[in-house]
Structures are given as C-alpha cells and as structure tokens.
Design a protein. Structure first.
Lengths: 642, 500
C-alpha cells in the first residue's frame, strides 16, 4: 500500500500543479508537487530499507484490469522485487532533490512555473511506473510516458526554436527505437503467450532452440527478441546511433537535464536489460552486441566530451559514455554491476548537472567554459561539490564511481572472450579520458584566471534552496559506492537481489570479479589519476597547449567537435530524403494520379454542374426526402424485376 | 422498457426531432436547443442500451422484426450484437458533441444544419443496427444525403465540388454493394442477415461477393487507392461535420467490411486477407508520408485519419482475435480522437482566421486550455500508452505478429511516421513565438469558451478512460470476436512466419 503511494503520489502532484496551477497560484502549485514528491520519496525509501532488512520479499499488487482481448492480457500491476524497489527509492529521492532545487533555479522565470513542476512530477511518475511494472506493456506505458514528459520538458521554453527542435528530435529518435521494442514485445508474446514477467521468464528456457524465419534464414527466436528489445534500450539510453538526442536535450532548463541524465529516462534502457536478464542469459549473441555497442558508445562519447566548450554538453557526453559502461556490464552478464553503476551514477550525475546549473545561474546563462574561470572564490560550495562529483565520475577512490566502474571493467576482463577484452581495452582508455574531461571542466570553470567580463558580471553563490540538494547529492556521491557495494555486487548480492536479477549458474561472472592480477585491478584507477594530472597540466599549468594541439590536428579536432558528424549524416540520409519523399508523393503521386481519376469522372458526369448549383438552393428536407424515396423505389425495382 | 423498443426509440428520435424542427420557427436559439436536447437525450438512451446489453449472450439482442416487402424475403429487422452496439453509442455521442462544437462555427441556416445532423444520426444508428441487407443499404445510402449537404452548404470555398465528389465516390462504391445484395437475395430468397450468416457459399461466389463489398466499403474507409474524395471532403466540410465524417462515417465502412466481407464470407476473407493487409500497410505509410507535406492543418489530420484507417484494415484482416479486437477498439478510439482533433483545430482556425500553418504560430501562449486538449488528442493520435489510441494499435500489432514479422513492423510504422507529422503540426501551430495572425495577442485572451470546453472535455476524458480501462469496451465485443476467430487464431511459430 505504501508502495502504491510512493508511485502514485507524483501523479497527483502533476495533476494538481498542471490543471489547477493557474487557479491556486504558482507557490501553491510548487508546494503541492514538492509535498507529493516528498511523500513519494519517504515511502519509496521506507519500502526499500524495509525490504533490505526483511530479505527482499517479492510480491505484486494488482490495481486494475487493463487490456484484455483475445488471448492478450495485461493488467495494471505494481511489482515489488529488489530491482523495482531500489529504482523507486533512488528515482523518487533524486527527483525530490531536483524538485526542491528547481524552486531556486526557476525563480527568475517570467512564466508561471506550475507547468514546469507538473512536467517534472509527471516525468517522475512515468519512470516509477516503468520500473514497477509487472509486465512489458506496463513497462512500455512508463517508457512512452517518460518520452512524452521529456519531450515537454526539453521543449519547455516553447518559444525558442532550438528547444522545439531538440524536443522533437528526442521524441522521434526514441520513437524509432520504440517501434522495434514493441515488435519485440509482441514477438515475445507470440512465443510465450504472455507479456507478464513471471510467465515469460518461466517459458523462456523451453524456447532456447525455437527458430524464427527472418531475412530468408532461420534465427533463434530468443536472439531476435533480444535484439529488438535492445534496440528499444538503445533509444532510451542514448547508445551509439541513437545517441543524437541526448546532447541536444540540454535545451531544457538544467534541472531537466539532471532528471533525464540521472534518475529518469536514460537509465530506463539499463534497467530494461537488468529486468530482462532471464531472457538475455539465453541470448549470447545479443549480449555480445550489447557489449560491443556499449563499449563503442563509451569510447565515442568520451572522445567527443573532450573538446566541447559547453559545460552542459560536456556533462551530457559523459552521461552517454557512462551509459556505455553500464551496457558493457550487462553485455558481460553482470547486471548487478550495471545496476550498481546506474545507482552511483545517479548521485554524481545529478550533482554535476545541478552544480553546472548553479554555475550557469551565477554566470547569467553563460555556458561556454572558456568564458568562465576562477569561480572557486565566488562559489566555494559549488566548487567543492563539483570536485566531489567529478572525482566520483573520474573513478578516483573512495568516491562512488570508483566502486562501480571498477566492477564493470573487471567484469569485461572476466568474460575471457575476445570481444570482452576489446570492450575492456576501450573501457580502460575511457577511464583515462573521463578523468581528463572531468579535470578539464573543473580547471576551466573554477581555477585559473577569470575569463569573463568582471566589470559587468558578478558571479555569486546560489541560495540555500539550491545548495541544500547539492550537498546531499555530494554526500551520496562520496559514500554511496562504499555503502552499497556489499549489497549490490559484494558478498550479500545474492540475498539482496533475491532472484530479481538472474544469472545462469554456468557462467555467473558476478562471483569472479576479483581479478588475480593487481596490475589489472589498479590500472583504471592509475589512469584516472593520470587523466586528472594531464588535465591540470593542459588547462592550468600550460593553458596554450590544447589550442596548439587543435591546430596541429585540425581534422581530428573538427571530427570530435562535430560529434563524429552523426547529425550531419542523419540529416543527409534520413531527414532530407523523407521530406523530399513527402513532397513528391503529395504533388506528383496523389494530386496528379490518384486525384486525377475522380476529377475525370466528375467532368464526365454531365449533371455534375447542374447538381452543384441545385445544392445551394431549396429546402434540404424536401431534397433529402425526395432522394430517400428515390432510393427506396430504386431498390424495390431491382428486387421486383427478376 | 424492452431493449427492442429502446433501440427503436434511439433510432427514430432524431428523425422526430428533425420533423419537429421543421414545425418550429426559424430562430437559431430554438433550433440549437432542440438539436442539442434531442441528440443529448438520445445519447443517454443509447447508454441505456449499453447497460442492458449482455455481451455473453449468443446472437443478436434488442431485435425488432416487422413484415415489410414480405413476399420478397425482405423484412424490417433491427438488433444489436457486441460489434454494433458501441458504434451506435459512438454515433449518438458525436452528434451532440458536433452541435456543441458548432455553436460558434455554424452561424448560417442553423435550423437546416440541425435537421441535417439529426437525419444523419438516424441514418447512422440505422445502418449499425440493421439486420437486413436491404434495410442496411437504405440507411447506408441515407447517410450520403445529409452528409453531402453538410459539406455542400456549410463547407469552405470549394465545398460544392467536394460535396459532389464525396457523393459520387460513395455512391459509386455502394452500387457494388447493391449488386451483392441483389445476388444474395436471388441465390437465397432472403436478405435477412442472421439467416445469411448461417448459409455457406461456394468459394467462387464468395470471392465475387467479397470484391463487391470491399469496393463498397473500401471507398468509405478508405482503402488505398479509393481515397480520392477524402482530402477535399474532409478539408472543405466545417470542422464539426468533418469530425462526424471521419469519426463515424469512416467507421461505417470498416463496420461493413467486418460485418459482410469477413463475417459473412470467411473463406474469401481468408483468401484475400494478404492483399487487404498489404493495402492497409500501404495506406498507413502513404498517408502518413503525405500528411507531412500538407500546409493546411486540417489536411494533416485528414491524411492522418486515412493512415489510421489503414491500421484498422490490417487489424480486421489478420482474422485473429487480437487483430479484430484491436481494429474494433481502434475504430472506437479513433472516432473519439479524430473528432477531438478536428474540433480542436476548428476552434483554433476560428481564432486565427486561417488554417494555413504558415499563417500563424505560437498559439500555446494565448490559448493554454486549447493547447492542453490538442496535445492530449495529438498524443492519443500517435498512440501514446494511457490513451485510447495505444490499445487498438498495440492489439493490431499483436495480431499482425501472427501473420509475420514484417507485417507487424510495417503496421507499427505509423508509430514513427505518425509522430513526425503530428509533432510537426503541433510545433508549427502551438509552439514558437506568437506570429502571423496571433502576433501580439495578450495572454489567454482567446482561450476556449464554456460551450467549446463542453464539447472537447468529455471527448478528452473518454480518450483517457479508453486508455486506462479499455476493458469496459473490449468486453462488449470480445466474446463475439472470439466466437469467430478462436479456432484459427492459434499461434504457429516455426512454419513460415514470413510475410506472405
């Protein structure tokens, strides 16, 4: 019951703030939505801690019949197992902090902010429904709800063309992936006869050898399903080829970015893979694909993050890169590690985005890091918490990211396969790159000489309503790894997850994460420290170096700055051809050919013009009556003449 | 009161209302009051039909059978089953909604408008409740007259050509139905539907009859490429009429396909299903692509309606329970959603003075209520879960996966293509800075009036209800669909799941 409150309270907040916001006023709308979020977070955390103590009981709460047609059944059911409980606790808690922070961040808006808070709460509600669903259709409800809420929030400033474009792009990229996802779901339904988790999972092992005819060949049906679901996950989690929406999504207000990147939305894909572990454990090929895509995303995004001048874009690409890590873990079959990194990442990524928001707020909407510098004196709290967040991101012990990222890198090595070692190599390189761009951000923004116009701009520390959430998140970013390690992937993991995550006994890598070789064990950490050192050298000790490097390698620099030219490529092969096709079909095809036939017919009808002129005069009633009589006479004649 | 009598009242009350309108003075207020009163009461009465309906009973309910042309095997026979009941309710709902929505849009010849609407209502209820082919044919044709008049008198600048085109297309298609009716009567000596349902026809005969019915109803749906009338008719008709044309009249075509082409001729339906599914897929994609190229916001929705009817065609001809259930649900949900969409855009056009997307923009700032409702209908239109648009589409895709992977994927492609034109439409009309006709408007100065909210809010609530608790609708028709589809609907995986 408390669990249902945790999930449904944000919906109430969204409805009140959204529908009554103009009536009850802005303050009241904010208060209601935050109150609902607080109730939700309190219930969510309470249920989670209770479950940890009671040994992770599994259960379902049936709310309402939903779809029931033919053999297809899907109900509104809330599932509470550890996977759902942990996500509910984390999402509601982080979202509450973001709600509170938004009071301060949105205080200078000229529009009423009730709409903003309604969207935030709606976003949270959708994510909570996603993680607590007991069947794939329920998950898809949350999945699409998250898509809608992100669309509304990214395009919140709807009078800005760039915000509309970014919102449109986010929705469309996700929709493309979602089509494959839904087809994967119905294919799973075709095979197992159900969309409910328990039934699907029970039926899957029996279909290990079932084949499906596709592309003129026979493929294992589980692999086909696995790949389709993975494409869905790629869209939401912004993996390579579907990543283009994520950096643009920062067109929304900064708290939105924090919500998208930390708690809701992008983590959905990672969650899906963990949720579907009983399926993925029987699809080795799909897991290899997940592994490779994850590693490539990890590497690609880190390289792009190195050269972005925009503070939010830098953090956005780091999200993309960290999601790649999580997919590597899932691909290696260590879903526990991907969930662990998801959780720690939620803390430090929310922290980084909200801190960046604090900086942007202080700099009056300046986002270019090369026009900042030396801010540590003006904003000491933001400076310290951003250091903590960045150290956690860079994987420096004992901060949260170190615990989870190391586990993932070890998992990639422990696979023992060629692909696994390829992923491991990329992950290790990225550990260095991550520290490098994190350090770059810190040194450019907070250290060195100020590069802004100090005569007109007087940056100041944010107020307590914004700093409070930052400090709490910083605490999480500092200790979450150490505190959660024993439960999520350490010695207690089997009891903690209690079957919510499935590992086939014959290759349970989770038990073999301790690497024998201490060199391998400490390599990522050493590279992380090295990355920070290089960042210090290049951006603080010797600030002319990056520009010299860019001049020395202009091709590479432009390639990275333009994000490997993905946007340009998609524009050329998808967007423009589609527009041209639409125009051609309309003007040439339909107006010309299909529309031409009836025009000819009409012209042939001699009475056409006369009928037309009569239509405008006379009583309709008599006219209609006459025609009705005529029809009856006509039919009767047909029937009588035999 | 017996349900048969109730059905008869629901069927003829609007006709009585139309006659009463002839008798009263030509004052607009009186006409509106009578129109709204009669159609509103009729809607409530039709809810009574729903309340007493038993979905698990075999055969037709609320039957009335009267001798009529008795010597020729033709009777006056009306009644309902799970398939037709909800379409009666949909018709009786959308008429009062259209009257409310037209409160400010229709200002010329109001009394005649009300008469036409009420006549249309009787014709619609009649065609959905007819259990005799001749009676069905009469009601089906009878929709044409008020339909064409509503386009031709209250429509836009090119209304007359649009009206004639609409009339000729539908009438031309119906002639093939008439041939079928005559043949069936000649072969069996009766036109009574329950009797014909129990008759088995030779495959070759079924094939010819099937082609006739598909041509007749395919025009109305429309099935590709029989849509030549659609852009002009939907575009020229006033918004409340377009809402009725696409909301109910298009469904009459789909209903006819299911009732006659599929349930009456199952062998031919199985034989030709792949072709019809292919045509449905073409419609989904073709119309969605063209919708993006439109510059008139009403045309975008007109083409989207066509695209969604493609989904209905696919669902019907999967011939399995999920697919047909999905198609029926999609017909109902789409009836509500598309009506809401056309009405919302009509109200927007009333305020901007233009339907050209280039002529205005940024409506969200000055019309937040309209923006919210339009967003809901737009999201329902692209099948967002939690709205009625999702359930039908999902079930059709679930039905299509029985046919094959590519069928399901292509049937679902509307999810992507639909989102493109719908979000573009919303972006260009509601988002952005106020410009063109809306430049410089003060905040919320032009938002919806009470009577307009009274038309749109109920539709919005129904859309959400259909999305959250669709069982209240599916349980009405699912038993009937299961009775038809179940033996064949068993999934077969290994042998050729290819698109055939």
């Amino acid at each position: 019951m408390i669990y249902a409150v945790a999930i449904l309270a944000p919906l109430l907040g969204a409805l009140v703030a959204g529908l009554l916001g103009r009536v009850i006023g802005d303050r009241a709308a904010q208060s209601v939505s935050i109150l609902c979020m607080a109730v939700s977070a309190a219930c969510g955390v309470a249920v989670w801690t209770g479950a940890v103590q009671a040994g992770s009981p599994v259960g379902v709460l049936h709310l309402l019949t939903w779809i029931s047609a033919g053999d297809f059944h899907a109900d509104w059911v809330l599932r509470h197992d550890m996977l759902a409980l942990e996500m509910v606790a984390m999402v509601s808690f982080i979202s509450l902090l973001i709600h509170i922070y938004s009071i301060g961040y949105m205080s200078h808006e000229e529009w009423p902010t009730s709409r903003f808070f309604a969207y935030l709460s709606l976003f949270t509600f959708a994510m909570l429904m996603l993680v607590s669903a007991n069947n794939l259709i329920g998950l898809f409800f949350g999945w699409e709800g998250v898509g809608l809420a992100s669309y509304l929030l990214i395009g919140y400033w709807y009078n800005r063309p760039s915000a509309n474009a970014a919102a449109f792009k986010a929705f469309m990229v996700n929709r493309v992936a979602d089509l494959f996802f839904i087809v994967g779901i119905v294919l799973l339904y075709l095979v197992t006869g159900s969309v409910s988790y328990d039934r699907i999972f029970a039926a899957i092992p029996a279909h290990f050898d079932t084949v499906y005819h596709l592309f003129g060949t026979t493929l294992p049906v589980l692999e086909v399903i696995g790949v389709l679901l993975f494409i869905g996950a790629m869209g939401k989690s912004a993996q390579l080829f579907f990543h283009t929406w994520l950096p643009d999504a920062m067109e929304g207000p900064t708290p939105v970015s924090a919500l998208i990147h930390a708690a809701t939305m992008v983590t959905a894909g990672v969650f899906l893979l963990a949720r579907m572990s009983p399926l993925l454990e029987f699809t080795p090929v799909t897991r290899d694909i997940v592994l490779v895509i994850g590693a490539l995303t990890c590497f690609f995004a880190a390289t792009v993050g190195l050269v972005q001048p925009d503070i939010k874009r830098t953090i956005a690409y780091s999200t993309c890169s960290q999601l790649g890590y999580m997919f590597v873990a899932a691909g290696a079959g260590v879903y526990q590690a991907s969930m662990f990194h998801l959780t720690t990442h939620a803390f430090f990524k929310a922290l980084l985005f909200l801190s960046a928001g604090s900086v942007i707020h202080a700099m009056h909407d300046e986002q270019d890091m090369f026009r900042m510098g030396g801010l540590r004196r003006a904003m000491p709290v933001t400076w310290i918490v951003m250091w903590i967040g960045s150290l956690a991101l860079a994987g420096i012990p004992p901060f949260a990211g170190w615990w989870s990222k190391d586990a993932i890198i070890s998992a990639a090595w422990a696979t023992g396969t060629g692909l696994g070692h390829f992923a491991w190599a990329l992950c290790v390189i990225v550990a260095f790159l991550t520290a490098l761009y994190s350090g770059r951000l810190l040194f450019l923004v907070f250290h060195g000489q100020s590069r802004y116009d100090a005569a007109h701009l007087h940056p100041h520390e944010s107020g307590p309503v914004m700093l409070g959430p930052l400090v709490i998140l910083a605490l999480g970013a500092a200790v979450a790894g150490w505190a959660l390690y024993p439960w999520l992937i350490g010695p207690h993991q089997a009891a903690y997850w209690n079957g919510a995550i499935f590992n086939r006994p014959d290759h349970a890598l989770i038990d073999h994460l301790e690497l024998a070789n201490p060199l391998l064990e400490w390599l990522p950490t050493v590279l992380g420290v090295l990355g920070l050192a290089v960042a210090w050298y290049a951006y603080l000790a010797n600030p002319a170096l990056p520009a010299r490097l860019a001049r020395a390698m202009p091709g590479l620099y432009r390639f990275l700055l333009h994000k490997w030219y993905f946007d340009e490529l998609y524009d050329a092969i998808l967007v423009r051809p589609y527009r041209a096709l639409a125009s051609a079909l309309w003007h040439v095809g339909d107006e010309g050919v299909v529309g031409g036939i009836p025009r000819g017919l009409t012209a042939l009808t001699a009475g056409g013009a006369a009928t037309a002129s009569r239509l405008q005069t006379g009583s309709i009633a008599t006219y209609a009556f006459t025609m009705l009589i005529g029809l009856v006479v006509l039919i009767s004649t047909f029937l009588l003449v035999r | 009161m017996s349900s048969s009598l109730l059905l008869t009242i629901v069927l003829y009350l609007p006709l009585l209302g139309a006659l009463a309108l002839l008798a009263v003075p030509k004052a607009d207020g009186v006409a509106r009051a009578i129109g709204l009163g009669v159609s509103g009461v009729n809607f409530l009465l039709s809810l009574g039909l729903w309340a007493v309906f038993n979905p698990h009973a075999v055969g037709f309910q609320a039957q009335t059978r009267l001798a009529w042309l008795g010597g020729f095997g033709v009777t006056y026979h009306t009644g309902l089953d799970g398939i037709s009941l909800l379409f009666v309710v949909l018709s009786t709902l959308l008429v009062p909604v259209s009257i409310l929505a037209g409160w400010r849009i229709i200002t010329q010849r109001v009394r005649d408008y009300m008469i036409a609407l009420l006549l249309l209502e009787t014709a619609l209820v009649g065609l959905f409740s007819s259990l005799d082919l001749v009676l069905f044919y009469i009601f089906y044709e009878a929709t044409l007259i008020p339909g064409a008049l509503l386009i031709g008198i209250w429509g836009g600048p090119a209304r007359v050509a649009a009206s004639v085109r609409f009339f000729l297309f539908t009438f031309g298609g119906s002639l093939f139905m008439l041939l079928d009716v005559v043949y069936l009567w000649q072969a069996t000596g009766t036109t009574d539907l329950p009797v014909l349902m129990g008759t088995h026809f030779a495959p070759a005969v079924q094939a010819w009859l099937f082609v006739g019915f598909v041509l007749a109803f395919g025009v109305k749906l429309p099935i590709f490429p029989l849509h030549g009338w659609l852009p002009s008719a939907y575009g020229e008709a006033p918004a409340p009429v377009t809402a009725l044309l696409s909301g109910v009249l298009a469904k009459a075509g789909a209903y006819g396909l299911l009732r006659f082409a599929i349930l009456l001729l199952p062998d031919a339906a199985h034989r030709f299903a792949p072709i019809l599914i292919a045509l449905g897929i073409v419609a989904v994609i073709y119309a969605a692509v063209i919708a993006l190229a439109q510059t008139d916001m009403k045309q975008v929705i007109a083409w989207s309606s066509y695209s969604h009817m493609g989904i209905v065609a696919i669902g019907l001809f999967t011939l399995n329970a999920e697919g047909i259930d999905g198609a029926l649900f999609q017909m109902l949900a789409h009836g509500i959603i598309i009506a809401g969409m056309f009405l919302a855009l009509g109200m927007l056009a009333l305020r901007t003075g233009t339907r050209e997307l280039a002529g205005f923009g940024g409506a969200a700032g000055s019309m937040p209520k309209l923006a919210l409702l339009a967003m809901l209908f737009a999201m329902a239109g692209i099948g967002l879960p939690g709205t009625g648009g999702f359930v039908g589409e999902l079930l059709v895709i679930a039905g299509a996966i029985h046919i094959g992977f590519w069928t399901a994927l292509l049937a679902g492609s509307g999810m992507i293509l639909g989102a493109i034109y719908m979000l573009m439409l919303y972006w260009r009309s509601f988002f952005g800075a106020p410009r063109g006709a809306l430049a410089g408007t003060p905040a919320t100065s032009r938002d919806l009036a009470g009577v307009e909210l009274a038309a749109l809010v109920p539709l919005a609530l129904i859309v959400l209800w259909m999305g959250v608790y669709p069982t209240s609708f599916t349980r009405v028709f699912n038993p009937r669909v299961m009775a038809f589809a179940h033996p064949e609907a068993v999934a077969s995986i290994a042998p050729s799941a290819q698109f055939r």
